[in-house]
Design a protein. Structure first.
Length: 352
């Protein structure tokens, strides 16, 4: 009796999952545009049109949406989330000029180093995109001072943690104003980060102790002095120095929230690092071909970049998942999430 092969995304076609996984890994891990992938394949006498490559990428992205949705659910259930966004060009049919869409990134899933990276494609930067996603969230929200996040901070269940790295950046860029005070501010921020490096290596209880005993007095004094400096008004109102003071005062009521939560970070660097692969890719493939293409790209980016963060070979993961997902029990779908998949394969290798 011939054993029936498991269902695949392209079960009726002649394309193998190994080739498909190679293509999506080149595009979403190595950031190659489809025309370059086409050229690379042709060098090995594999001739595939760019239209067919695009069709395959879209189809794979659409069929992996259940995993994307499950990863989103895990992130929204975690106690700490990191959020950022960046523009991305979208081709619009009938228009010569590309439309500017946006890709949000959400990092979460628990622990100080959250495992899941979720990209969310939208056709604009409306506040509602982030608000609709997070309005029912309960926990810490790390972000910059974008208006949508400030709106979310007013929701009782959300604890907003603004980014200290942004505060630091504003002061570094301020080349006018009281430079001695600027140096003092940057020195105080440096002290906070020095204590944070120690605190992150300790247990949650010890981390809170360090933050309360060492960092809290520094931060409280820093906020007081910056507010006083802004009240003095001895700088040009539109100068970068004044903007730095105003930015800090604008987030001052929330920037110390990390002191009371062991899973919190002092900044949103986790979110900013998750944006970097997209900005690198954007320079190479320049745009997404449509709104539909943007959503497929978000799904594949989410799974592949999560693999990269977890030190999983995305090509091996994608090949196995594409082969299994169509027949996999829906109530056990979490087994195909990158972290769970890695645990399963580790067990197999250990017992082999």
């Amino acid at each position: 009796m011939v054993k029936e092969m498991p269902g695949s995304i392209f079960s009726k076609g002649r394309v193998h999952e190994s080739l498909l996984s190679h293509i999506v890994t080149m595009k979403f891990a190595d950031h190659l545009p489809l025309y370059r992938i086409q050229e690379i394949l042709e060098r090995d006498q594999v001739k595939i049109s760019r239209q067919l490559l695009s069709h395959w990428v879209l189809t794979i992205g659409e069929n992996l949406i259940p995993l994307y949705d499950l990863m989103e659910k895990r992130i929204l259930e975690s106690s700490s989330i990191f959020v950022d966004e960046t523009p991305i060009n979208v081709l619009v049919k009938g228009k010569k000029k590309a439309h500017q869409g946006y890709m949000w990134v959400y990092k979460g899933g628990g622990c100080l180093d959250p495992p899941y990276t979720l990209y969310d494609f939208r056709m604009n930067r409306n506040h509602s995109n982030a608000i609709d996603k997070l309005k029912n969230y309960k926990g810490l929200l790390h972000s910059d001072q974008y208006g949508a996040y400030e709106t979310l901070s007013k929701i009782e269940s959300i604890i907003w943690q603004p980014c200290m790295a942004h505060v630091r950046r504003y002061f570094i860029e301020a080349q006018t104003g009281d430079q001695e005070f600027k140096k003092w501010v940057l020195r105080q921020i440096r002290y906070l980060y020095m204590f944070e490096r120690v605190a992150k290596a300790r247990s949650p209880k010890e981390r809170l102790k360090i933050r309360q005993e060492k960092e809290k007095p520094i931060l409280e004094n820093l906020i007081k002095e910056v507010k006083n400096k802004l009240i003095e008004g001895n700088s040009l109102p539109k100068s970068k120095y004044t903007k730095a003071l105003k930015y800090f005062v604008g987030v001052a009521d929330h920037i110390g929230n990390y002191l009371n939560h062991p899973e919190a970070h002092i900044d949103n660097n986790v979110g900013e690092r998750a944006i970097r692969p997209l900005t690198i890719g954007r320079k190479n493939w320049l745009f997404v071909g449509s709104e539909k293409g943007g959503k497929a790209a978000a799904t594949l980016l989410s799974l592949i970049q999560t693999c990269r963060h977890l030190k999983i070979n995305p090509r091996e993961y994608m090949e196995d998942v594409m082969r299994r997902i169509m027949d996999h029990p829906f109530n056990k779908l979490d087994e195909l999430l990158p972290d769970k998949w890695a645990e399963e394969h580790q067990k197999i290798q250990t017992t082999a």
